[in-house]
Design a protein. Structure first.
Length: 458
């Protein structure tokens, strides 16, 4: 008999979870205008709204907190983080920022201008927001298999090479500053991108003289999937695969709150000295001096250690197995989920779960609200609300998938808590035919509306 798998860590400190009743939660979500982002954390039992900055740091990371050098310029904590980033990614230049969207803001301020087009694989909400704010446009080149929830394609985050080449051929010269690959691809279910696909995209970029950038928020999880699914790399270490991935790009942005396993932090890494110089000027304006970039010294130290731990195979195996456990339990309960299971989250197919609710009434949001009321579990809608309106026509954009994302914080919840989530969804699924209507918008912001939208019951 083979021994069962155990987590490669033990718990040293715990945080209490406040309990509540469905009646209380029904009132709280109504008071929050049916926006899950507006709930207080003590009103939530299991918080799966994001895996960004919500994980637990290790003892070695907390030790780095005590060693933080808070010097304004040239702190030892910065030098430690710079060395780690360069060793792991292979890029020549490094600029810290306080988080991923700040890195996007700095990089896009340097490279994106009005009328530009940024092709990529299903850009995430903040990425799309930063691009559209600059009167530029995103072009989705994700493969078709990404939008079939049942297809067991191992790399649903891949870019459709024919579609990308068509865009590169037909777009006026100078209007594509770079192609952007997001690894893993959050918007299509936390799905990985193969190294073969990254190589092919790089080849096209070379052919048409366009830069290639990577949104590397979950680069280590992507490397794990490459190791276990791409035969060429089965005997490679995670760090070797990471180095190979980034060797194909001209630069990257990073929300370190994901695979850096910290509560705050991000960075830009580059190879081009001219791009680095321009970005440095914007970083000083928006973030702070280039050797802290909006981060405290102690946070830079914790991030340096987090990047080392986050590229450990044992850690990644444990993390992705926990996500897979939740997916497998839901599959056993016949709850419709996106397959194969992603690296950081399980995605519920709201269209199959509550087909009686019209998509115009935000069915995925309705399902997420019901999950909160019944069990106190806070997920997030990845659907029409997040897709926002077309910046020109102001009409709703209806994405191909309407999903509820359950993002699993790193090293935070136990398997029994994952079981609680699975059973809660089973209970709701068994009464799904009772759901007939959803929600309408009472107020919304002009961009990235899902964070602050106010809804009312239909």
């Amino acid at each position: 008999m083979q021994l069962p798998y155990i987590e490669p860590y033990k718990i040293k400190m715990v945080e209490s979870i406040e309990q509540s009743t469905p009646e209380q939660r029904k009132k709280w979500i109504e008071d929050a205008s049916y926006n899950l982002f507006k709930l207080n954390s003590n009103q939530v039992v299991i918080d799966l709204i994001t895996d960004s900055g919500t994980g637990a740091m290790s003892d070695k990371q907390w030790a780095e907190i005590m060693l933080g050098d808070e010097s304004y310029a040239g702190s030892s904590s910065f030098l430690k983080l710079e060395k780690t980033v360069k060793n792991i990614t292979g890029f020549k230049y490094f600029i810290p920022t306080h988080q991923g969207r700040a890195a996007e803001n700095v990089l896009f301020s340097a490279l994106v201008k009005k009328g530009d087009f940024i092709p990529g694989n299903a850009h995430f909400d903040t990425t799309k927001g930063h691009i559209e704010y600059r009167k530029a446009a995103t072009l989705d080149c994700t493969i078709k298999d990404a939008f079939d929830v049942e297809t067991d394609h191992p790399f649903k985050g891949n870019i459709d090479l024919e579609k990308l080449e068509e865009i590169l051929v037909n777009t006026p010269k100078g209007k594509i500053p770079f192609v952007l690959i997001t690894i893993t691809c959050n918007t299509v279910g936390g799905q990985p991108v193969s190294l073969e696909n990254i190589r092919s995209v790089r080849s096209l970029c070379n052919q048409y003289k366009v830069n290639l950038f990577i949104d590397g928020a979950r680069f280590a999880e992507n490397a794990y999937f490459i190791k276990i699914r791409e035969k060429e790399f089965v005997n490679h270490s995670i760090k070797e695969i990471v180095k190979e991935m980034f060797s194909l790009a001209d630069g990257m942005t990073m929300s370190a709150k994901k695979d850096g396993i910290v509560n705050m932090g991000g960075f830009i890494a580059l190879n081009n000295p001219d791009t680095h110089e321009v970005c440095s000027n914007f970083a000083i304006m928006y973030e702070g001096f280039v050797t802290y970039g909006g981060m405290s010294g102690r946070d830079m130290g914790a991030l340096s250690q987090g990047l080392i731990e986050g590229t450990s195979f044992d850690y990644l195996q444990s993390r992705i197995r926990q996500v897979s456990y939740l997916g497998q339990r839901l599959d056993e309960f016949n709850v419709p989920v996106l397959k194969p299971f992603g690296g950081h989250a399980i995605y519920i197919d709201a269209t199959k779960f509550v087909p009686n609710i019209p998509k115009e009434e935000y069915r995925a949001q309705a399902l997420a609200i019901e999950l909160y009321i019944i069990a106190g579990i806070r997920g997030v809608e990845i659907g029409t609300l997040l897709a926002d309106r077309d910046p020109i026509t102001r009409e709703n954009r209806f994405p191909k998938l309407e999903m509820v994302r359950l993002a699993i914080p790193r090293r935070t919840y136990t398997l029994s808590q994952m079981e609680y989530v699975a059973v809660a969804l089973k209970i709701i699924y068994e009464t799904r035919n009772n759901a007939k209507s959803g929600y309408t918008i009472k107020w919304e912001a002009p961009i990235m509306r899902h964070f602050s939208v106010k809804l009312t019951k239909k």
